[in-house]
Every structure is written in structure tokens, then in C-alpha cells.
Ligand binder design. Structure first.
Ligand SMILES: [Zn+2]
Ligand SMILES: [Zn+2]
Length: 439
């Protein structure tokens, strides 16, 4: 039993921890907001985040971190050593998206860039990675100013090319965990309009989905549109294939298992009276279980090839798996451990438990190196607007929308507070304490 007096002392110190974090956030907030607006106005595409990376690096250097740039092309690594103790990694993404911003904000992006195919495209931070960078920098400032509240090594990672899946792997290949200390735990967050600003959501266990990208090339025999008897029409084969692929999730996978097969594009032909030689399709596949993932990918290949055989195609179709990432997994015990400091910092009602989501992430590349991970969600919606649209049965714009715009001040402040609370909790004790969260 806890004596009354020490209970009071304990409650008092919890309240003090809460207000002191808030005050710390207030002190550095103007700087974090300024950084946010700058990167929001000047977004860069995946793999081309040179200005963004150098701004982030400059902010980290100013805060007293030892900074290395160009890790995995445009990635940034910053270390702050503060005596013995665990090494904890906090990660932000750097990249924007080829989306034309339509938020009408005074600091809306007007940026344009050349994408990897050489096309001139509009660019926007439509996924909120600008907010992740500003939160990380704010947390970095506070941690550097309050070294008496933690010990160990804080490792900040600015990861490029998350949207194109590849940045995490590129950083690892460039020695992220060999040239720099391998962390005992890795932390990241993602903002969305799924929750009002002020709230964070924890998902113990599976957080999202495995993602696989598949490209299919169907070969036919081209000819005159008025003489189909002399051709083998790859467009008709593609059309049949698309419909057959829909039976994977509905007929082949056990009901209740998660599986999505989407054909996101189909390209074929040049003119209405020409039957082309080839048809190309691009698929995205989402699953949760490894065996379902294997089953779905095998079924895609089987169905695609069989439809071509049925049509008498001259060549077997090409089925290329060109990109993939594993789901993000939150060690359940670690997620439960971190609930307490988050509740202490933000208030109990502002920390909720959430179901897994379907969009994917390459954060799993880090955790699959044997690093326990904690990836949580940050509310971004204006609380009043959120309540209004929910009452009306609609939703606010999602990430990747030209209208995506977090309610900046409360979302950013909560992001900073949450990160500081999580980092302080992990950066106490020893690295051996965090070993038990290895899966
Ligand atoms: Zn995104
Ligand atoms: Zn994102």
C-alpha cells in the first residue's frame, strides 16, 4: 500500500511533469512553427529532399547535435550523447508528394519539381511529413536543453523517400546501424485527420499492412481494329484478368483475413482502330499475415498466366514484384509501457487505443534489424471541425489529399510533447532494460 503522503507527492510530481513539458513546448514552439511553415512552403519529392535535409541538419546542429548528412543519399543522422544508457532512435520522413495544394492557406506550397520520369509536377507536403520534421526538431531542442531528465544517446533520423518505399532501406545499406550506434528502440509517429489534434493513438501489435507492388505486362498480337481474327487482343485479356483478380480476396482468401488487390492503372493502345501488342497493369496488394501475403501473390501470378493461356497469347505475361514493405509491428509490452508517460503528459483521455490501419510504411526496415519499435498516431484535425463532420456522417480530407492541412498549433505541440514524454521514458535505466522488448 502506498502511504497517503507519498501518493500526494507522486501525484504532485506527475502534475509537475505535465506542466513542465507544456512550458518547455511553449518556449520552443515559435521556432518549431517557423520551421514547419518553411518546409511546408518548400516541399521536395522522394529522393530529392536536398534543401529539406540541409534545413533539418542545420536545426539539429543549432540544438547541439553531432550531425551527418547524405546517409542513404539525402538522409540525416544526428546524435546527442548524454552519458551511459540506452540508444533511442526517433525518425521523421523528409519527402512531399506530387500533389497540387488546394488548402488556400497563406503558406500553401506553390512548388513544382521534375519527378523521376522527368515530368514537371506540383509538390505538396500532403502526408504531413513537414509536421513530423517540426515535431522532431522541437523535441530535439527540449531534449538538448534538459539533459538532466535523461541519459544515454538520442539518435535522430531524417529519412528520405518514404513515399516511394526505399529510403529506410537505403539508409540501412549506407550503414545507419553500423556507422552509427544501433538503437535499443526506435520511435516514430504519423499525423492524420482520423483524430482531433490533442490526441495520440496507440496500436499495440500490428499497426498497418504488408504492401506489395506488382507490375504485369500482357503480350498479345497487334493488328487492325476491324480484323480481330488476325490478332490476339491484350486489352481483352487484361480486362478478364482484372475481373479474375477480384476473386482472390472474395473467393480464395479465408473470409475474415485481410487482403486487398487493387489494379491502380492499366495502359494499352494508341488509337481506336488499332489492337495493340501489349497491355500493362500496376497492382497494389495489402495483407497482414505472411501466409496470406504469399497466397495472394501466388494467385496473382497464376491467374494472370492462366488468362493469357486461355486467350492463346503468344507469350507468357511478365509479372514483376518490384517493391514491397512489411507491416509495422508495435511490440505490445513496449506500447503498454509507453502509455503511462503519454497519459501523464497529455492527460488520460487524450491517449486512445486504435485498430490497425491499411496504408503502409517502410519503418519496418528499421525494426526488422532487431530493434523494438513504437509507432503511434497523432491527431491532426481541428477538434471543432472534426466533431462537425463526424456528426454529419462525413470525413475530413485524408493524407495525400490536396486539402490535407493539420490544425497546426495543437497538433504540433502535442507531437512535441508526446515525443519528449516517450523519449524521456525510454532514455532512463539501461539498454538491457529495453532488451526484453525484442520480438
Ligand atoms: Zn504518405
Ligand atoms: Zn506519410
Amino acid at each position: 500500500m502506498i502511504p497517503k503522503l507519498s501518493l500526494l507527492v507522486l501525484l504532485g510530481s506527475l502534475a509537475a511533469a505535465q506542466t513542465s513539458t507544456l512550458k518547455e513546448v511553449e518556449n520552443i514552439y515559435p521556432q518549431a512553427q517557423k520551421f514547419y511553415i518553411d518546409v511546408h512552403e518548400h516541399p521536395e519529392l522522394s529522393g530529392q529532399e536536398t534543401e529539406t535535409a540541409s534545413k533539418l541538419a542545420a536545426g539539429m546542429r543549432r540544438a547541439g547535435y553531432e550531425v551527418t548528412e547524405h546517409v542513404g543519399k539525402t538522409g540525416v543522422v544526428a546524435l546527442l550523447k548524454n552519458g551511459d544508457g540506452p540508444t533511442v532512435m526517433l525518425r521523421t520522413e523528409l519527402d512531399g508528394l506530387p500533389v497540387e495544394e488546394k488548402t488556400g492557406l497563406s503558406y500553401a506550397s506553390k512548388a513544382r519539381m521534375k519527378d523521376d520520369a522527368g515530368h514537371d509536377v506540383p509538390v505538396m507536403h500532403a502526408c504531413g511529413h513537414d509536421l513530423h520534421m517540426a515535431a522532431l526538431l522541437g523535441a530535439a531542442d527540449i531534449m538538448a536543453q534538459t539533459k538532466n531528465t535523461w541519459h544515454g544517446t538520442l539518435m535522430l533520423v531524417g529519412q528520405p523517400a518514404e513515399e516511394s518505399i526505399g529510403g529506410a532501406e537505403a539508409m540501412l545499406k549506407d550503414g545507419l546501424f553500423t556507422r552509427f550506434p544501433k538503437p535499443d528502440a526506435a520511435v516514430a509517429l504519423h499525423v492524420s485527420n482520423e483524430y482531433p489534434a490533442g490526441i495520440v493513438a496507440i496500436t499495440p501489435g500490428v499497426y498497418n499492412t504488408n504492401s506489395d507492388s506488382v507490375r504485369v505486362t500482357i503480350y498479345g498480337k497487334g493488328g487492325h481494329g476491324a480484323m480481330p481474327q488476325a490478332t490476339i487482343d491484350p486489352i481483352v485479356i487484361a480486362a478478364r484478368t482484372i475481373l479474375s483478380l477480384q476473386t482472390i480476396a472474395s473467393r480464395e482468401v479465408r473470409p475474415g483475413e485481410m487482403a486487398v488487390v487493387t489494379v491502380g492503372y492499366i495502359r494499352a493502345g494508341t488509337k481506336n482502330n488499332i489492337i495493340p501488342d501489349e497491355a500493362d497493369m500496376g497492382l497494389t496488394v495489402r495483407t497482414r499475415k505472411a501466409e496470406v501475403r504469399r497466397q495472394v501473390l501466388e494467385s496473382i501470378t497464376r491467374i494472370t498466366k492462366a488468362e493469357a493461356v486461355a486467350a492463346g497469347a503468344p507469350r507468357e505475361p511478365l509479372v514483376e514484384h518490384y517493391e514491397g514493405t512489411d507491416l509495422v509491428y508495435n511490440n505490445p509490452a513496449l506500447a503498454e509501457r509507453l502509455r503511462a508517460p503519454l497519459e501523464a503528459a497529455l492527460g488520460k483521455s487524450n491517449v486512445v487505443t486504435a485498430e490497425p490501419i491499411t496504408p503502409s510504411e517502410d519503418f519496418s526496415f528499421f525494426t526488422e534489424q532487431g530493434v523494438p519499435g513504437f509507432y503511434f498516431s497523432l491527431g491532426g484535425a481541428d477538434p471543432q471541425r472534426y466533431a462537425e463532420v463526424r456528426a454529419g456522417g462525413t470525413r475530413l480530407p485524408s493524407n495525400h489529399s490536396p486539402l490535407f492541412a493539420p490544425d497546426l498549433e495543437p497538433a504540433l505541440k502535442t507531437g512535441i510533447e508526446a515525443e519528449v514524454a516517450v523519449l524521456r521514458n525510454l532514455l532512463e535505466g539501461t539498454s538491457a532494460d529495453l532488451k526484453k522488448y525484442h520480438d
